[in-house]
Design a protein around this ligand. Structure first.
Ligand code: DAH
Length: 348
């Protein structure tokens, strides 16, 4: 076989093999086999020296022409394969704009806030305005001005989260109840009669269990005016109980103690779970304890800027989580704060 024949065979073989190279790997293999440094074409051109001198120019030209042809064919094939792989990538990433969208998850009011909303509505019907009071509070508003003696056990470090303050600064804490709102509301509105409702978050340094949390909500209600009496308190509670727990719900007041009320009472409602027949939740008593209330202590009225000789008032502080626990038969108060959507979603 002459060198020219070899060149023709090589050209045919290389062209066919290039057409068969289906991807960039195959192409690289082709390159090294035919036009690479130790490829077939290079090997052939090295053999030129062995040819008779008169054949060399012709064969040399043919070799160079073939190299140019194969180089160009390689470039074209590579460009085509690269374009194809970009297309494949784009096709894989293609977004189907006709596909229906994923609906965003809709949130809803948390159960605690639902109860608070209902409480606001009920007290609103009785002419109470809604107020706020600080969660981070001066000791004086949370305790002292509410007639807590300096050595009252509720001030104990175990119950109260104190805020670290610089030397000599007044004592600051996370409010342990919404009763701090009493002084703020009275000082803002005295000497006018007032009716305010203040819902808000409270904190106590308590062991967290199924029955107690270290964070919880309360709502405080306070009415101050002329001739405000215990029967006004009881009437207000009766209205609240029927609206919150259902028609026919009874209210009873038991004697209790709070430094800021005199007399102080604990409010119970007739058990709406068993119609007062006695059940596990009401401990077979027919009554459910809701929270503390009473007639505002004269010292507290005075601290709020009122003259206790002229006006009187009633107040109370209840827990919306406790109300929700009872209404919905929830057995673990931690559910309100652990963020478990399986719980939260049941009350959407
Ligand atoms: N602050 C009391 C507590 O956290 C509840 C309370 C009792 C509030 C009697 C009042 C009240 O306004 O009159 O337990």
């Amino acid at each position: 076989m002459t060198v020219i024949d070899e060149l023709v065979t090589l050209e045919e073989e290389a062209v066919a093999a290039l057409a068969a190279a289906a991807d960039l790997d195959a192409l690289a293999e082709w390159k090294s086999k035919y036009i690479g440094k130790s490829g077939a074409l290079t090997r052939l051109s090295r053999g030129l020296g062995a040819l008779p001198p008169e054949q060399r120019p012709e064969v040399g030209r043919r070799v160079n022409a073939l190299r140019e042809q194969l180089d160009a064919a390689y470039e074209r094939a590579e460009a085509a394969l690269r374009a194809a792989s970009v297309h494949a990538e784009l096709a894989a990433d293609r977004i189907d704009i006709t596909m229906p969208g994923r609906p965003p998850a809709l949130g809803h009011m948390h159960l605690t806030n639902q109860v608070i909303a209902q409480v606001r509505e009920i007290f609103g019907e009785l002419g109470f305005q809604v107020g706020e009071s600080p969660e981070v509070e001066l000791d004086a508003f949370n305790f002292g001005l509410l007639n807590f003696p300096d050595d009252h056990p509720a001030r104990d470090m175990q119950d109260t989260f104190y805020v670290e303050m610089p030397e000599g600064a007044p004592s600051v804490l996370l409010r342990t109840h919404t009763s701090n709102a009493q002084i703020h509301a009275m000082r803002r509105l005295a000497p006018r009669p007032l009716r305010v409702l203040v819902p808000g978050k409270c904190y106590r340094n308590e062991q967290v269990t199924a029955r107690s949390e270290m964070q919880f909500f309360q709502f405080e209600f306070l009415a101050v005016g002329y001739h405000v009496s215990m029967s006004d308190l009881k009437g207000t509670l009766g209205y609240f109980a029927e609206r919150m727990f259902g028609p026919g719900t009874q209210v009873r007041l038991r004697p209790s103690f709070f430094p800021f009320t005199e007399p102080s009472t604990e409010m119970d409602v007739s058990c709406f779970l068993c119609a007062s027949k006695g059940c596990r939740i009401c401990k077979y008593s027919g009554w459910l304890e809701i929270g503390g209330c009473g007639m505002v202590h004269p010292t507290v009225l005075r601290n709020g800027g009122y003259d206790p000789q002229v006006v009187s008032g009633f107040a109370g502080g209840f827990g919306p989580e406790r109300i929700a626990l009872l209404k919905y038969g929830i057995d673990d108060i931690r559910n309100f704060y652990n963020g478990d959507l399986r719980f939260v979603k049941q009350f959407g």
